[in-house]
Design a protein around this ligand. Sequence first.
Ligand code: KIV
Ligand code: ZN
Length: 514
Amino acid sequence: MPDSNKLIIFDTTLRDGEQSPGASMTREEKLRIARQLERLKVDVIEAGFAASSPGDFDAIRAIASTIKESIICSLSRANERDIARAAEALEPAARKRIHTFIATSPLHMEKKLRMSPDQVYEQARLAVRYARKFTDDVEFSPEDGSRSDLDFLCRVLEGVIDEGATTINFADTVGYGVPEMIGHTLKTLRERIPNSDKAVWSVHCHNDLGMAVANSLAAVMIGGARQIECTINGLGERAGNTALEEIVMAVKTRRDHFKLDVGIDTAQIVPTSKLVSQITGFAVQPNKAVVGANAFAHASGIHQDGILKARDTYEIMRAEDVGWSANKIVLGKLSGRNAFKQRLEELGIALASEAEVNAAFARFKELADRKSDIFDEDIMALVSDEQNAHEHEFYKFVSLSQHSETGEKPSAKVVFAADGKEVKCEGQGNGPVDAIVNAIESHTASGAELLLFSVNAITTGTQSQGEVTMRLSKSGRIVNGVGADLDIVVASAKAYLSALNKLQSKNEKLNPQL
Ligand code: KIV
Ligand code: ZN
């Protein structure tokens, strides 16, 4: 059994986080996030659901081959095929975990699984027994645990612990729980199940009623859980999961109350948040705790005055402790390839080949010609752009010209490559972005519906690059495209083409819970 004062941080950004509509990530993107999660020192990285697609299988295998410090985990439904696939993907991992689950609520068993409680009980036992053939680190989750019958849960969980499950993860799949209920349910389960002390107890909460963090902490304080499953920025199905940054900073800042330790390097929280938001295209709301742009901004005169006199009058955490740094100029026009490469290494960005470093360096030089000060955020954006160009290169932005004048309909000419062939197109629209989208659509005719269009400044000041996210939907598929440029109209064209590329790719994934 692990140290009872240690709270295990299990990150599921790459699995449950990826289940957010449009958040699906490529192998390279997942690897970049996994490397950053290792720098953040999370205990367990749930890298994906191996049986969901060949792409996810490859991503898990790549992460398992690369990451040395964190335990690498794959989700699998409670059947031999999924478990064998998870085991195969995890094979290169230094430390591996198989996470298997089955629904235990009457509603899910009857309507979704069409199985009797006895069948679910047997299937859960079989799954854990089979998973133990591949690793002695096996986690079991009763899906929809918070709407399950307590007696039945006791029976199933005792059975799976008996088969060798080492972590029991209580899942509030639909975010139905409230703190006292989750806390007391876990407490009762641990008291009533005779072999409960043979497993670490964990909690997995969704945020449908905005209580995921409170529910998880109640599971710890009342229920004795010692693992919390969470995601960066609270990404996840529907309203998302428990936010890692909030859990970690609550436990650290109020150690007097929680009396628990976490192994997280908190200075990596903001860089991780920015990376995840940039890759997935899910912007962080400004007033989000810990990682929102306003989390440490004091606007009122009274607060500013207080802060100047004594910082702790209005600040319970220090911005720098979670990785907020005033935008630091890191490179400029005169910086050479070596300085650029070294900064990539310091940021934990490992490009696959020297050719990729050269291509990223060329982009850096181009940017440095147009913008005097280059910040870490600029480097991260150009690397993402470069990797996108490598991965989904069916459509590639080349150039554009756009004309807007008061009282006139904006027009645009866009040049891009489609499968290596240059295409020139023109369009008009109600605004400049509408004009470039119409121009691109005049050739691609994707017919996709634009669900979201957002622009964020990557750093501060009017010199900042704009980062645009376009979320498109077509035939039930939702994808996010992200593009960055000093010119936000160019960034919009890049984002639109990147989203079209994702729609083109046949990276279909099975949702484990459907
Ligand atoms: O929400 C859920 O029930 C899950 C399980 C697979 C743990 O994500
Ligand atoms: Zn979940």
